[in-house]
Design a protein around this ligand. Structure first.
Ligand SMILES: CCCCCC/C=C/C(=O)SCCNC(=O)CCNC(=O)[C@H](O)C(C)(C)COP(=O)(O)OP(=O)(O)OC[C@H]1O[C@@H](n2cnc3c(N)ncnc32)[C@H](O)[C@@H]1OP(=O)(O)O
Length: 381
C-alpha cells in the first residue's frame, strides 16, 4: 500500500479546524485533543492500514461525511484516503470522535508503559501536574508517570497552589487523578535523602510544615472534590482520600498505606477519618499492619464510593462527572459545607497532631533505615 503521512494533528491536514471549547457528545474535547497529542508520541509506526483508519476517523469527526471529489485512479495515496473517509459515511461525528479516541488509546497502551500526555492549550503551567479546566471541571493530574507519580517537595507546593486556584476558579467540581498506570505512589522517598544546610532536624520541621499546609488545602477545599483513582495508590495519596467527597476507582486499583513498614505514622487525617469510615479494626489493618486492599475491598470499607471495570472506567466516570458539573454550583458548595463544616476544627487538630508525630518519626533510626533499604535493595511493597 502507498505510504500515508502521519495524520496526527489538524495542522498536518490542511483545512481541518478543531473547536477547542464546548462539550462534545461521547469523547470530550479534552479526550480528543489528548488523543491527537498522544498520536504524535507513538514510538512505533502503526502501519498504513491503521494510519488510514486514523485519518478517516479524524476527517469524519471534524468535517462529517466525505464531501470532496473522488481523486483520479492514478492518485493512489489520495484515493486510498478518500476511500477510507467515504467508508465512514454512515458513522456520526460523535461516534467517529469516540472511535478515534479509543483507537489512539489502544495504540498507546499497546506500546507498554504510559506516555505522558502533553498539556492541552487550556492547561496551567506546572512542572509535575497537568491542570485543566473544561466543562465545569478542574482536573488536577499527577504527572510523573515514570516515577509512578511520587510527590516531590515541589510537587506538594504545586498541588497546594492548584487546589487553591481550583477552589476559586469558575469550575463546579474538582477532580484529582494520575497519569500513566499509577494513581500515585505517595511521598517521593528522595524527599528525605539529601540533607539540607540546616541539618536533618530542620529538614523534618520544614517537611512537617509543608505536609500540614498540603493536608489543610484538602480540609478547607470549598467545592466537591472527587478522586478518579486510575491505578495503585500509596501512602499520602491514600490517606487524604478520607477528605474527598467522592472516590471512584478502577477495578485494578489498590490502596496501600505502608507506614509502619517505613518507620512512619499516618497522616492526611487518616488516624481520624479511617476509623470513622471503616471502624477501628479495619483502619488498624491498613494503617498499622500495612494491609494493601483492592478497589472492591476499599469500596466495601467505605473508602471508595464506586468501582468500575478497567475497560470502561474512563468513559463511565467522565460521563458521570460531566453530568455532576452541570448541577447548580452554589447549591453543591453550600451542601458540601453543611456536610463537612462540623468536622473542620477537629480535622485541623488531627492534622497538627499527626504532623508533630511524623516530625519525630522522620528523625528515627527506623525511618532512616527503611528509606535507605528502598534505594539500596529496591524492595517492592
Ligand atoms: C513533605 C513530606 C510529606 C511526607 C508525607 C508522608 C508520606 C508518606 C507516604 O506517602 S509513605 C509511601 C511512600 N511510598 C513508597 O514507599 C512507595 C515506594 N515505591 C515502591 O514501592 C515501588 O516503586 C512501587 C510499588 C510504587 C512501584 O513498583 P514498580 O511498578 O515495580 O515500579 P518501580 O519501582 O520500578 O518504579 C518506577 C520508578 O519510580 C520510582 N518510584 C516509585 N515510587 C517512588 C517513591 N514513592 N519515591 C521515590 N521513587 C519512587 C522508582 O524508584 C523507579 O525509579 P527508577 O526508574 O528506578 O529511577
Amino acid at each position: 500500500m502507498a505510504n500515508i503521512s502521519h495524520p496526527s494533528t489538524g495542522a498536518s491536514i490542511p483545512g481541518v479546524q478543531l473547536h477547542t471549547t464546548g462539550a462534545l457528545m461521547g469523547a470530550s474535547v479534552e479526550d480528543f485533543n489528548n488523543a491527537k497529542a498522544q498520536l504524535g508520541t507513538l514510538k512505533k509506526d502503526p502501519g498504513n492500514h491503521v494510519k488510514l483508519k486514523i485519518y478517516a476517523l479524524f476527517k469524519q469527526a471534524t468535517q462529517g461525511p466525505c464531501n470532496t471529489p473522488k481523486p483520479g485512479m492514478l492518485d493512489f495515496v489520495n484515493k486510498a484516503k478518500w476511500d477510507a473517509w467515504k467508508s465512514l459515511e454512515s458513522v456520526s461525528q460523535e461516534e467517529a470522535r469516540q472511535q478515534y479516541v479509543d483507537l489512539i488509546k489502544s495504540l498507546v497502551s499497546a506500546e507498554g508503559p504510559a506516555v505522558a500526555t502533553p498539556p492541552p492549550e487550556s492547561a496551567q503551567a506546572f512542572q509535575s501536574l497537568l491542570v485543566t479546566t473544561e466543562d465545569g471541571i478542574t482536573t488536577i493530574r499527577f504527572n510523573r508517570p515514570e516515577k509512578k507519580n511520587a510527590i516531590t517537595l515541589d510537587m506538594y507546593k504545586e498541588l497546594i497552589d492548584a487546589l487553591h486556584h481550583a477552589g476559586k476558579d469558575d469550575s463546579v467540581i474538582t477532580v484529582m487523578t494520575g497519569s500513566g498506570d499509577f494513581y500515585c505512589s505517595g511521598n517521593d522517598l528522595n524527599n528525605f535523602t539529601g540533607i539540607p544546610q540546616g541539618g536533618i532536624e530542620k529538614m523534618a520541621k520544614d517537611s512537617g510544615e509543608l505536609l500540614k499546609h498540603y493536608v489543610k488545602a484538602y480540609i478547607d477545599f470549598p467545592k466537591p472534590l472527587i478522586a478518579v483513582v486510575n491505578g495503585p495508590a500509596l501512602g499520602v495519596s491514600v490517606t487524604v482520600l478520607g477528605l474527598f467527597d467522592v472516590v471512584y476507582a478502577t477495578e485494578s486499583a489498590t490502596f496501600h498505606t505502608p507506614f509502619s513498614q517505613l518507620g512512619q505514622s499516618p497522616e492526611g487525617c487518616s488516624s481520624y477519618t479511617f476509623p470513622k469510615i471503616m471502624g477501628n479494626a479495619k483502619a488498624s489493618e491498613m494503617l498499622l499492619f500495612n494491609k494493601k486492599v483492592t478497589a472492591t475491598e476499599a469500596c466495601n470499607l467505605g473508602l471508595v464510593t464506586e468501582v468500575f471495570p478497567d475497560g470502561s472506567f474512563q468513559s463511565e466516570v467522565w460521563t458521570r462527572l460531566k453530568a455532576y458539573a452541570k448541577l447548580p454550583p452554589k447549591s453543591l458548595a453550600l451542601s458540601k459545607q453543611l456536610i463537612r463544616s462540623k468536622e473542620k476544627e477537629k480535622l485541623h487538630a488531627v492534622n497538627d497532631a499527626e504532623v508533630e508525630r511524623l516530625i519525630e518519626r522522620w528523625l528515627s533510626d527506623e525511618c532512616m533505615q527503611a528509606i535507605m533499604n528502598f534505594f539500596q535493595a529496591k524492595p517492592k511493597l
